[in-house]
Structure formats: structure tokens, C-alpha cells
Design a protein around this ligand. Structure first.
Ligand SMILES: C[S@@+](CC[C@H](N)C(=O)[O-])C[C@H]1O[C@@H](n2cnc3c(N)ncnc32)[C@H](O)[C@@H]1O
Length: 291
């Protein structure tokens, strides 16, 4: 990636006290922060979040760590459009805000479906991808991100009177927080090559569905299978052996309890879920925190 032109860099002298996710994301962890934060040691090397999604825990930690003289976090996700969006927020927040302001002005039903029909993978510029991504995130039904087998975004328009499409405070504070982060588009296994003893790794994978109707594993075209869950457990065990602090969240279902039965500490939390395509499946879902 070419270096960020000086005109687009965010002055670190203007660090706001808090940063937060700039997208609404299924499985977002804001409500679990009070349970997750105590699991992070006071001092650690690098922070890794291989299923970054909305990045709630990263942004929460960033409010404590930035401005940082050196990169302190590595964020990654298999969703390439999301990763390109993060890069644009980090590297070109002002140009992105101009595009979002334009999209906010143009927003109506017809415009929504015209933007939805675009193929963001054909855009050369990360800012264009980010504008597409954030616009749809703020205007689609329930803020869902869902694609069909061909990778086409297929969520209908949501019922919002005044969607907050262009939020300069959220984008600028996220951009400042992301100055401390490297961002990669890759599978979660890559963390094995990156993490060193003394580092922290937080895994927030697509959850094992609590029931068929409550399932939401279509974050990427490939979904996330039980074999993936087992591979993740093996990687978590390997990292622990190497002296890396591992924190993992997942749904409280027997198959997850079985996977982490030996060699891990498992505790239960309950968490109000705000995103589910079926209103009847919203509500309090038990979750496990695993270390
Ligand atoms: C539950 S979400 C993460 C939620 C996030 N931590 C938050 O607080 O908003 C799971 C993420 O994993 C990503 N993902 C799915 N399969 C993956 C894989 N094999 N490797 C890496 N990321 C994957 C999805 O794109 C999605 O962003």
C-alpha cells in the first residue's frame, strides 16, 4: 500500500478520549466490553484481533493506548471489503467523509438500490469501497451485512427516518485509533505466524448457531463450519502453549463447551443481542468467554 499523503494524515495531537466502531456489525461486542476488559493484562506486547468485524474491543483498548509511538495492534478479517474500508478510514478519513456527505445528500430508496447493485470489488480506490460499505451499513435493514453466493450484497433497505450516513466524529476518532494498527485481509490461521510470547489474541469468530433460526454465519461467501471451529480451538491451544494470552468468545452451546472442555477456562455471560434478521430471535443469548 502506498504511504498516506501528509494532507490525509490525522494529527495525533487531536486524540479524542474515546473511539468506537464506525460500523454496526452482527455479533458486535460493545455489550461484552465490561466482561472482556478485565481479561486483558495491564501490560502486553502486541494485540491481535483476527475476526475484527466492528472491532469493539480494539477501539475500546485504543482509547487507552493511543497515541502510540509504534503500531501496537494487528487487525484482520476474511471480508476484503471490510478490510479495505478500515484502511480508508485509517488513511483517508477526510476524503471518505466528503464521499459519505454526498451519499447522505443523495439517499433515497432508488439510490440505495443503485448503490447496492454496484460491484465494490471493481473499485480501485479504498475510499470508494469504504463509502459503498458504510453507506449500505447505515441504510440497509438492521445494519446487516449479507452476501449471496456470488458475493453480491443482498440486504433490503431498512426503515430509518434519518440514517446517520456521514458521522465525522466516529470516522475521525476511529481513524486516529487505527493509526496504531496494521490491517490485513486474511484467514484467522495467519495469527500463528504473527503472534509472539507476551502478546494478546482476541478471537471473536462467527458463533456456533444457538438454533437454526438464530444462526448468522454468512459473513463471508464461505460461511464458518464446525471444522473451522475445531481448527480455531487447535490454534488457540497452540498459542497458549507459546505463552500468548488468548481470549475467545462464542455462543453457550454444548458443542462449544465440548471443544474447550480441557485446557481452557470457560465462563458464562449473557448479552443482549441487537442484530438478528428475525425479530423473534432477538433477546438475551448466553455467551461463553474462554481463556
Ligand atoms: C462475530 S464477527 C466479529 C465481531 C467483532 N469482533 C465485533 O466486535 O464487532 C466475525 C467476523 O469474522 C470474519 N470471518 C469469517 N470467517 C473468517 C475466517 N475464516 N477468517 C477470518 N475472519 C473470518 C467475518 O467477516 C466477521 O467480520
Amino acid at each position: 500500500m502506498p504511504p498516506t499523503p501528509a494532507s490525509q494524515q490525522v494529527p495525533l495531537s487531536c486524540v479524542p478520549p474515546t473511539s468506537r466502531p464506525f460500523v454496526k456489525w452482527a455479533g458486535g461486542k460493545r455489550r461484552l466490553l465490561k466482561d472482556l476488559s478485565p481479561l486483558i493484562p495491564e501490560h502486553f506486547g502486541q494485540y491481535h484481533e483476527p475476526f475484527v468485524g466492528g472491532g469493539a474491543l480494539f477501539f475500546n483498548l485504543a482509547s487507552r493506548r493511543n497515541p502510540a509511538p509504534e503500531p501496537w495492534a494487528t487487525l484482520s478479517d476474511a471480508n476484503r471489503r471490510l478490510v479495505r474500508t478500515y484502511r480508508a478510514v485509517r488513511d483517508a478519513p477526510e476524503r471518505l467523509l466528503e464521499r459519505l456527505a454526498q451519499l447522505a445528500t443523495d439517499h433515497d430508496k432508488e439510490h440505495f438500490y443503485a448503490v447496492r447493485a454496484l460491484d465494490p470489488d471493481a473499485f480501485a480506490d479504498d475510499v470508494e469501497v469504504a463509502a459503498w460499505f458504510i453507506y449500505l451499513n447505515k441504510t440497509a435493514f438492521n445494519g446487516l451485512y449479507r452476501v449471496n453466493r456470488k458475493g453480491r450484497f443482498n440486504v433490503p433497505i431498512g426503515r430509518y427516518d434519518r440514517p446517520n450516513i456521514c458521522d465525522p466524529g466516529a470516522i475521525r476518532s476511529a481513524s486516529i485509533a487505527l493509526q496504531g494498527a496494521k490491517i490485513h485481509n486474511e484467514g484467522f490461521e495467519k495469527v500463528l505466524d504473527r503472534a509472539r510470547p507476551g502478546d494478546v489474541v482476541y478471537f471473536d469468530p462467527p458463533y456456533v448457531p444457538a438454533s437454526k433460526t438464530a444462526s448468522f454465519t454468512d459473513y463471508t461467501r464461505d460461511g464458518f463450519t464446525l471444522d473451522d471451529q475445531a481448527r480455531l480451538r487447535d490454534i488457540a491451544a497452540e498459542l497458549k502453549l507459546r505463552g500468548i494470552r488468548v481470549i475467545l468468545s462464542n455462543s453457550d452451546v454444548p458443542v462449544v463447551r465440548d471443544l474447550y472442555r480441557s485446557g481452557f477456562d470457560v465462563s458464562t455471560v449473557s448479552c443482549g443481542r441487537s442484530i438478528n434478521s428475525k425479530a423473534s430471535a432477538r433477546g438475551r443469548v448466553g455467551e461463553l468467554l474462554i481463556t
